[in-house]
Design a protein around this ligand. Sequence first.
Ligand SMILES: Nc1ncnc2c1ncn2[C@@H]1O[C@H](COP(=O)(O)OP(=O)(O)OP(=O)(O)O)[C@@H](O)[C@H]1O
Ligand SMILES: [Mg+2]
Length: 524
Amino acid sequence: MINWEELRHIHVIRKLQSMMSLWFQTDIFFVDERGQVRNYDSLDKNRDFKNPLSAVLLPREKGRELIFQHAAEMNEKVFRGDRPSFSEQGPVGCEQVVVSRIAVDQEFLGSVYAFCYTERAVSAEAREQAKATAVQLGFDPGLFDQAVSGLKILTVAEKKYFHELVDLVAQEIVAFHTEISKREERINALNSQLGTRYSYDSMIGKSKPMQDLYSLLDKIRASESTVLINGENGTGKELIARAIHFNSGRKDGQFVTVNCSAFNENLLDSELFGHIKGAFTGAIRDKKGLFEAADKGTLFLDEIGDMSPTMQVKLLRVLQEGTLIPVGGTEQRKVDVRVVAATNKDLKEMIELGTFREDLYYRINVINITVPALRDRKEDIPVLVDHFMARGCKEKGIELKSFAKRAMEKIYDYPWPGNIRELENEVERVLVLSGEEPRMPAELLSQRIRDWGESSKVQGVRVAGKLKDALEELEKTMIKEGLRRTNWNKSRLAKELGISRAGLIMKVDKYGLDKRKLARQGAA
Ligand SMILES: Nc1ncnc2c1ncn2[C@@H]1O[C@H](COP(=O)(O)OP(=O)(O)OP(=O)(O)O)[C@@H](O)[C@H]1O
Ligand SMILES: [Mg+2]
C-alpha cells in the first residue's frame, strides 16, 4: 500500500501538481486501490481554486460527491481495463478527465485523476449538459455557466502534454513507492544482520553467536535431517530441540523427550522400542515405545553420549532402516520419526576412545548445532536477567524489580559454569530473598558470585550438572591449590584435608597433579 500522506512531501510530485494547476488551471486527485480520494484533505477547503468549475463544485458536498464518485468509477475502469491510462468525458459533461493507473509489479495501487478542458467544453452542447448537471445537483445554473466561461481551454497539443504530465505523476508515485519499499526491505535485512533480534521462540539472546544460531534455525526449518546439539550443561539444548520441532513440518506431531542417561540399558531398550507382553518379568502387556509415540513427530534423545554400545547399534538400525523390533518381538514395525539428539560430551573424543560408534555419529550429526556457553556471550547476560526478572515478578504478581548496579556487575563478571540455568536460578533465588526491596543489592547474591574474583576462595565451582563431576572438580582444585600452598608437603596437606597420605597420593595421581607434570604444563 502506498503511503499517501508522504506524497505531499515529495518535491517532484508537488512541483508537478503546482505546474499543472498554474498552466492548466486544473486539480489533480490521488485515488487509492479502493477508490478513495486520498489528497483532498490536504487541499485547503477555503482556497481559491484556479479552476473556476472546481471552485463551484469542490466546496459543496454534492459537488464533491459527484467528482469523487466519478473518480472511483474511473479507478475501477483503469484497474479492470487493459489501458494504463486514458481520457474521457467527465461527470459534469463539459470536461475531460485523464486517468492514469498506479501499479507496481502487476499490483494495482490506485490511480491519478485530473480534469482538463478542450474546445468542446465551451460548445453550446457541452454548456447545456453542464447546466443540466447544475440543476440536478441543485446548484444555480447561471453560476455554472459563468464558471464554464472562465475555463482555461487547451489546444490539442496542450491536451496531449497535459495527459503526459498526469502519467508522469503516476510514474513518480510508483518510483517513490518502490524506493521506499526497497529501503524498508534493506532496513529490515540490516536489522536482522545487526542483531536486533532478541529472541527465537522462547530463547532469549541478542549476541552474535545467538544471532547465528537463530539464522541457522531459520535455515533448517524445512529440513528433515537429524540434528546433533552440542553444548555445556544448561545452555538451552532442550529449548533448541523444541524450537526445531515446533518450527518444522512435524509440528503437529508429538515432541517426545527421552533422557538416555536416566535409564539402564534394558530399560532404555524397552522405553525406546517398546515391548511385547511376556518379553521379561513385569511385561504384563504390550507396550509401545517412545519411537512409536513420536511417529510423524520428533524424538529428542537427550544425553545421547550416555547410550550404551548395544543401544547405539539398535538406534543406528532404526535411523538407517526406519523400522524397529520391540523387545521380545519378532516383527519389524515402521516408524516415521525425526531424531534430534543432544549431548554435553565430546563425541569425537568418545569415538577415539571407542565408547561411541563412528557410524552412529555420522548418522546423527547431519546438522550440527553447537550452543555457545554463556561466558562466551556475556552481552546476553543483561537481557537474560531482565527476562527472568520480568517473568519472576509477573509470576509473583509484584512490581518489576531490578538489581543494584554493583549486583549487576558481579553477575556480569561471574563465569556462569552452569550457564543459563544457573543464572535463571540465581535470579529466582534473589527475588525470593529480596522481600519488599525493589532494588536488589549485591549482598543477596549467592556467595560464589559475590566472592568471585576474591583470590583466596575457590573459584568457579560448578553448581549444575553431575554432582560427581562437580565434586571431582572441587577436589582437584583444592588439592592443586593446597600443594602449592604447602610447597608439595603432602603429609601436611593430607592432614589439612583430613585424608590419609596414601589417599592424597592416589588423588594427585588421578588428577595428574604431580610437581613435574605441573611444571611441564607451566602451571607450577
Ligand atoms: N536462550 C535462552 N533464553 C532463555 N532461557 C533459556 C535460554 N537457554 C536456556 N534457557 C533456560 O535455561 C534452562 C536450561 O535450559 P535447557 O534445559 O534447554 O538446557 P540444556 O542444555 O538442555 O541443559 P542440560 O545439559 O543441563 O540438560 C531452562 O530453564 C531454559 O528455559
Ligand atoms: Mg537438557
